[in-house]
Design a protein around this ligand. Structure first.
Ligand SMILES: CC(C)(COP(=O)(O)OP(=O)(O)OC[C@H]1O[C@@H](n2cnc3c(N)ncnc32)[C@H](O)[C@@H]1OP(=O)(O)O)[C@@H](O)C(=O)NCCC(=O)NCCS
Length: 331
């Protein structure tokens, strides 16, 4: 029997309707469109405005989009993983609610958190379940309502992040397509530079923490940028070397959308021409766990069976890595 690999066999996505443009941000904080565009590449981002709706709302919509496109009965799904840094609530699990709402009544479900690398790490987890033969259909969703943890008076963070969700279905493949290799890293020294200080077990929320805005994301952007550039490029080089891939062999770079300059620096180190680099940061900003599946959804029509994809991400923690995958279908 030929070896089982795990392939992505369907994608879906959802972004909220409300568009927060650079022009509108100019009226909220001391910034301007030119600064944001040249420093980050972002022009606008989507925000989930409706009260009472959380990350699960985005995840459910993305999953339903996938189910409809694939014409898949949700009862066939074995496992639902929601990769997210903004769960609906600390307890209970967002994924469990999502699974119930989409009718995946035969699945078990849980959340996976690794900041901006959540989806990438989730891809590692989901593919391992498939390769082991234990499960046949794993729904991996990357979803974040970043607007729920952003201080819209802090120009260092509010210009960067947006809300969105993307869903992927992982299934066994016996043609050698799908997951090929991974190189995942982490370094706890990074937690000083990108974090939400309060609301966890070290500093439970209280009046003081709210007053000090410690329940929002704070980052030392310059330090995060430096680490992101060198580490994202480093793992991409490494995975190419390990798999004897030249820049000509790589069909697409699927990079986390944090900053256009980080993406370009990674592509340059890999020797990739611009046309091979998937980007939609100008439309959505950094949607954290949703960036990679949103790219797959936006560019699905261009991906061809057998194409070599290199996924790369970098996030808080620090967490980072790359995954090499062969695309498994023509849409
Ligand atoms: C946040 C980020 C865009 C800032 O860009 P930068 O080129 O590093 O800018 P700096 O922080 O060095 O700031 C440069 C100047 O612009 C100012 N500035 C910061 N934010 C600004 C804004 N939104 N508008 C206008 N000016 C701004 C700073 O105050 C600073 O002014 P100064 O030189 O007078 O002190 C960039 O560091 C970044 O993208 N970092 C990585 C963030 C990231 O990826 N986070 C998620 C992890 S996946």
């Amino acid at each position: 029997m030929s070896k089982i690999t795990a392939a992505i066999t369907a994608v879906g996505a959802y972004v909220p309707e409300f568009v927060l443009s650079n022009k509108v941000l100019e009226t909220m904080v001391d910034t301007n469109d030119e600064w944001i565009t040249t420093r980050t590449g972002i022009k606008e981002r989507r925000i989930l405005k409706e009260e009472g709706k959380g990350t699960s709302y985005l995840a459910i919509k993305a999953a339903q989009n996938l189910l409809e496109k694939k014409q898949l009965d949700p009862k066939e799904i074995d496992l639902v993983i929601v990769a997210t840094a903004t769960p609906d609530m600390p307890v209970a699990s967002t994924a469990v609610y999502v699974a119930s709402q989409i009718g995946a009544t035969n699945a078990f479900a849980y959340d996976l958190q690794a900041a901006c690398s959540s989806f990438l790490y989730g891809l590692s987890t989901a593919t391992s379940y498939i390769e082991s033969g234990r499960y046949k259909k794993v729904l991996l969703i990357g979803a974040d309502k970043m607007s729920s943890i952003i201080d819209y008076t802090d120009r260092a963070t509010c210009i960067i992040f947006g809300d969105g969700a993307g869903a992927t279905l992982l299934e066994p493949n016996t043609e050698g397509l799908g997951f090929q290799d991974e190189f995942l890293r982490s370094d706890g020294a990074g937690r000083e530079f990108l974090k939400i200080e309060a609301g966890g077990s070290i500093l439970p929320p209280n009046e003081e923490t709210v007053k000090n805005k410690q329940h929002f994301v704070h980052q030392d952007g310059r330090t995060v940028f430096k680490f992101a550039v060198s580490n994202m490029a480093g793992v991409c080089e490494e995975i190419m070397k390990r798999n004897n891939l030249t820049h000509e062999d790589v069909s697409w770079l699927v990079p986390h959308q944090a900053n256009l300059r980080i993406i370009d620096a990674t592509a340059n180190r890999m020797g990739l021409e611009e046309a091979k680099v998937l980007k939609n940061i100008h439309r959505y900003g950094n949607t954290t766990s949703a960036t990679l599946p949103l790219l797959l959804s936006d560019f699905e029509g261009q991906l061809k069976k057998g194409d070599n994809l290199i996924f790369a991400a970098f996030g808080g923690g620090f967490t980072w890595g790359s995954i090499y995958l062969k695309w498994a279908y023509n849409s």
